[in-house]
Design a protein around this ligand. Structure first.
Ligand code: CP
Ligand code: NVA
Length: 315
C-alpha cells in the first residue's frame, strides 16, 4: 500500500491546501460562502458538528497565537478534536524525517495543519500524507490568512473583483499569497517595498499589468486603493536580518498621510502580530479604517469551512 492511500474518513479525492492557487476560483468562492453560513450559525450559538469524531493534528515549527487558537477552537466547534505538536514537543526537533512524521501522523488523524519554514518541507509532508494537509504559514505563503482577509473585505465592502489592494512593505509570504489571490479572483495588487525586498520576478513569473503593479513610492502604491495592508518588516525565520531591515523599511510605515491617498472608503488590514510605530502607526491600526480584529476572528470561520471542504467536499 502506498503512503498516499487515503483514510476512509474522506469522501472525495485527496486534496491539500498548500498554496492559494491549489483551489479554483469557484472552490474559493464556495469556501467563502460556506464560511459565512458557519459564522452566522456560530453567532447564533447553533451547533454545527459536521466533523464529529474527526481529528486535526497541528504541527508548529514556528510560533503562533491566531493560527493555533483559530484552528483549535474551530475544530472543537465542528465536533472534532485536536492534537498540538511542535518541534520541541515532538520527534521533529530530534531530527525525525518529515516524511516519516507524515506517514505516521496521517495514519491516525483525519487532517493536518502545518506551520513551517520552506514550502518544500510542507510539500514533502503532503507527498507522504494519507490525509489533507493545510498550510498554516510557510516562508513562501500564508493562504489561510488571505482567505480570511478576502472574506473580511467581502463582508464589509462586497466583491473584491475589480478592486485595488495595496501591499506596503516586505515581499514576504503574505505578499506572494495576495498575488496568487489577485490572479484567481480578478483584482489588482499594488506592491511597494524597499530595494532588495521586492517581489522576485523569478518567483512571480510574467504577471499581467491589470493584476500586479509595482511602485518605488509607497504613497503612489496606496493611491485609490480599496484596501491597504502591510506586515512586519521581519518575518519569522529572518530575525538575523532585523537591523538591516529596520533601516531599509523606514519609509514603509502605513500612516494617516498614506491612508489619505487611498480610496475614502479604504480598509486597513494586518495579519498580526503588529509592531506599532514600525510598519504601521498606532493611529492607523487602532483607527476607524482598521478591521484587524474582524480579520483575526475570521481566520476561524474560513478555516472551519476549509477543513469541512477538504474532508467532506461541498455540502
Ligand atoms: N496571522 C497569524 O498567522 O498569526 P499567528 O502567527 O499568531 O498565528
Ligand atoms: N509574515 C509574517 C506573518 C506572521 C503571521 C511571518 O511570516 O512571520
Amino acid at each position: 500500500m502506498s503512503d498516499a492511500t487515503q483514510n476512509t474518513s474522506q469522501t472525495g479525492p485527496l486534496r491539500h491546501f498548500l498554496q492559494f492557487r491549489d483551489f479554483s476560483r469557484e472552490e474559493i468562492e464556495y469556501v467563502l460562502g460556506r464560511a459565512q453560513l458557519i459564522k452566522d450559525k456560530f453567532k447564533r450559538y447553533q451547533p454545527h458538528h459536521t466533523l464529529h469524531d474527526r481529528t486535526l493534528a497541528m504541527v508548529f515549527e514556528k510560533a503562533s497565537t491566531r493560527t493555533r487558537v483559530s484552528f483549535e477552537a474551530g475544530m472543537y466547534q465542528l465536533g472534532g478534536s485536536v492534537i498540538h505538536l511542535t518541534s520541541s514537543n515532538s520527534q521533529l526537533g530530534r531530527s525525525e524525517p518529515i516524511e516519516d512524521t507524515a506517514r505516521v501522523v496521517s495514519r491516525m488523524v483525519d487532517l493536518v495543519m502545518i506551520r513551517t519554514f520552506e514550502q518544500t518541507r510542507l510539500e514533502r509532508f503532503a507527498a507522504h500524507s494519507r490525509v489533507p494537509v493545510i498550510n498554516g504559514l510557510t516562508n513562501e505563503y500564508h493562504p489561510c490568512q488571505i482567505l480570511a482577509d478576502i472574506f473580511t473585505f467581502m463582508e464589509m465592502r462586497g466583491s473584491i473583483e475589480g478592486k485595488t489592494v495595496a501591499w506596503i512593505g516586505d515581499a514576504n509570504n503574505m505578499a506572494y499569497t495576495w498575488l496568487q489571490a489577485a490572479e484567481i479572483l480578478g483584482f489588482t495588487l499594488h506592491v511597494s517595498g524597499p530595494k532588495g525586498y521586492q517581489l522576485d520576478p523569478k518567483l512571480t513569473g510574467q504577471v499581467a499589468p491589470h493584476v500586479l503593479r509595482e511602485f518605488n513610492d509607497p504613497m503612489e502604491a496606496t493611491k485609490g486603493a480599496h484596501l491597504v495592508t502591510t506586515d512586519v518588516w521581519t518575518s519569522m525565520g529572518f530575525e538575523a536580518e532585523n537591523e538591516e531591515r529596520r533601516l531599509a523599511f523606514n519609509d514603509w510605515c502605513v500612516d494617516a498621510e498614506m491612508m489619505a491617498q487611498a480610496h475614502p472608503d479604504a480598509l486597513f488590514m494586518h495579519c498580526l502580530p503588529a509592531h506599532r510605530g514600525e510598519e504601521v502607526t498606532a493611529e492607523v491600526i487602532d483607527g476607524p479604517q482598521s478591521v484587524v480584529w474582524d480579520e483575526a476572528e475570521n481566520r476561524m470561520h474560513v478555516q472551519k469551512a476549509l477543513m469541512e471542504f477538504l474532508l467532506l467536499g461541498k455540502q
